[in-house]
Design a protein around this ligand. Structure first.
Ligand code: AMP
Ligand code: ZN
Length: 433
């Protein structure tokens, strides 16, 4: 079982918690140097902290706080110490910016390197980083980690699919990093170009940056005949390298020497018991330029185990697949609904291709839900009965899952819009009530 930093990855829980308390105290003291936290933390005496749970004495930090303190409001070091800026992808509202010192980049790259090694990837691998470079953290984050591991790193970025395939072929890529939706698209183009996705040297894929189901992972694994690992992170907490799956693939290990995790009720902020599903709230424990306390990630998940050692030997807590964001929860006909539930159903039908769209409209005063589904070409052979039956089966399965009865629209293979980055799955045309 490969480790990058075995001591810290397998540290007994009591020692890990001691380390967290120490780093939490240091982080709070450091935060007090920033314009934003100086005031926010004036009543907090971190010297009294004795357990990681004491973090709950500190107020939450939200995305709105980051926006309101744009640009340097949370920075704790002189500007000349800063070597890098990143930004969130800003799908909702104004972007937030994050700064790093040279030491921050080192720490972050070490965390990512730990994740890479944890999946069984190694120095001998050729790594193609098929994800945006630039302000988005996915590109540079994995890039620096992969170089630390010593992999031959190809910074191919997202897009230009035919060139991606050519690079994979010419340089015998064995490991890639991509969004799940884009790597599925790459496989479609391979087939169109008369390649078999299995004929490449690929053996491992890292996928993340957007919610996806277990079924989607399995689909990617089957299409390419590889092992696929889920990668979780966000720019506010560096980017990738926050939590990642090990070879057991039973939850993502969240690196507790660098991140202190809480799961809270998204409506009340109340801290939930281990195992309950809620919003992840994360405090950075090893950041210099811009530490963040109790950050409301907006991501919904649960702790898969606590104290229970993973069979890989790592002691760091595991979190479940991200179910979605609190704010991408849809309310349709009064029912709370996560797009991921629909995806799970769709991907269980082998006739259905990977790309889909959920369209919400208002007809009179009622919501309507249409699921646009791409079918593989073999389904359009003139046999209408077959299509009707599939439509009925998908409708029923979705209705069983989400209560609401959807309208199913079949589309030709590769006709729905695609994205090279995070997929846009929901088109909400209901407007304001
Ligand atoms: P950004 O800061 O632009 O990198 O966006 C981060 C957000 O992407 C997170 O807060 C999550 O909502 C989402 N995200 C990142 N990784 C994953 C993942 N593995 N599964 C589901 N959602 C993810
Ligand atoms: Zn493990």
């Amino acid at each position: 079982m490969p480790f990058r930093d075995k001591n810290i990855e397998t540290l007994p829980r009591d020692e890990l918690e001691k380390l967290q308390v120490k780093r939490l105290k240091d982080t709070v003291a450091r935060c007090k140097k920033s314009i934003f936290y100086r005031n926010r933390l004036k009543d907090i005496d971190e010297s009294l902290f004795t357990t990681p749970k004491d973090v709950s004495m500190i107020p939450f930090t939200t995305k709105d706080d980051l926006r309101a303190n744009y640009d340097f409001g949370l920075v704790t070091v002189p500007k000349e110490e800063i070597v890098r800026m990143h930004s969130s992808s800003g799908t909702t509202g104004k972007a937030t910016v994050i700064f790093h010192t040279r030491e921050d980049i080192e720490t972050w790259s070490d965390l990512v390197a730990r994740c890479i090694v944890m999946t069984g990837a190694c120095k001998a691998d050729v790594f193609q980083n098929i994800i945006s470079y630039g302000l988005f953290t996915g590109g540079l984050g994995l890039h620096y980690g992969a170089e630390k591991v010593g992999m031959l790193t190809i910074p191919s970025g997202a897009g230009n699919t035919k060139r991606q395939i050519q690079l994979m072929k010419d340089f015998n890529t064995t490991v890639f990093h991509a969004t799940p939706s884009y790597i599925l698209y790459v496989s479609e183009v391979m087939v169109q170009e008369e390649f078999d996705p299995k004929e490449f040297d690929l053996r491992i894929g890292f996928v993340g940056a957007e919610p996806h189901s277990e079924q989607t992972r399995q689909r990617i694994e089957d299409i390419y005949d590889i092992n696929v690992f889920n990668s979780y992170g966000m720019s506010e907490l560096n980017g990738p390298g926050v939590a990642f799956e090990c070879e057991e693939k039973s939850g993502m290990h969240l690196w507790e020497d660098s991140y202190l995790l809480e799961v809270v009720n998204p409506d009340t902020g109340e801290v939930l018991a281990p195992g309950e599903e809620g919003e992840l709230v994360i405090t950075t424990l090893s950041r210099e330029a811009m530490p963040i306390l109790r950050y409301r990630t907006g991501d919904l998940a649960r702790i898969v185990d606590e104290g229970d050692k993973c069979s890989c030997g790592r002691t760091h807590v595991r979190i479940s697949r991200i179910k979605g964001r609190c704010d991408d929860m849809l309310i349709v006909k009064g029912v709370n609904l996560y797009p991921s539930r629909i995806e799970e159903v769709l991907m269980s039908f082998p006739e259905v291709a990977a790309n889909y769209q959920i369209v919400l409209e208002r007809e009179g005063c009622l919501d309507s839900l249409t699921v646009r589904v791409e079918l593989y070409p073999k389904m359009f052979d003139g046999d209408l009965r077959k299509l009707k039956k599939l439509e009925a089966d998908i409708t029923k399965s979705i209705q069983d899952e989400i209560i609401i009865r959807p309208r199913i629209e079949f589309h030709e293979y590769r006709s729905l819009p695609r994205s090279e980055g995070k997929a846009v799955r929901v088109v909400d045309m209901r407007g304001e009530i």
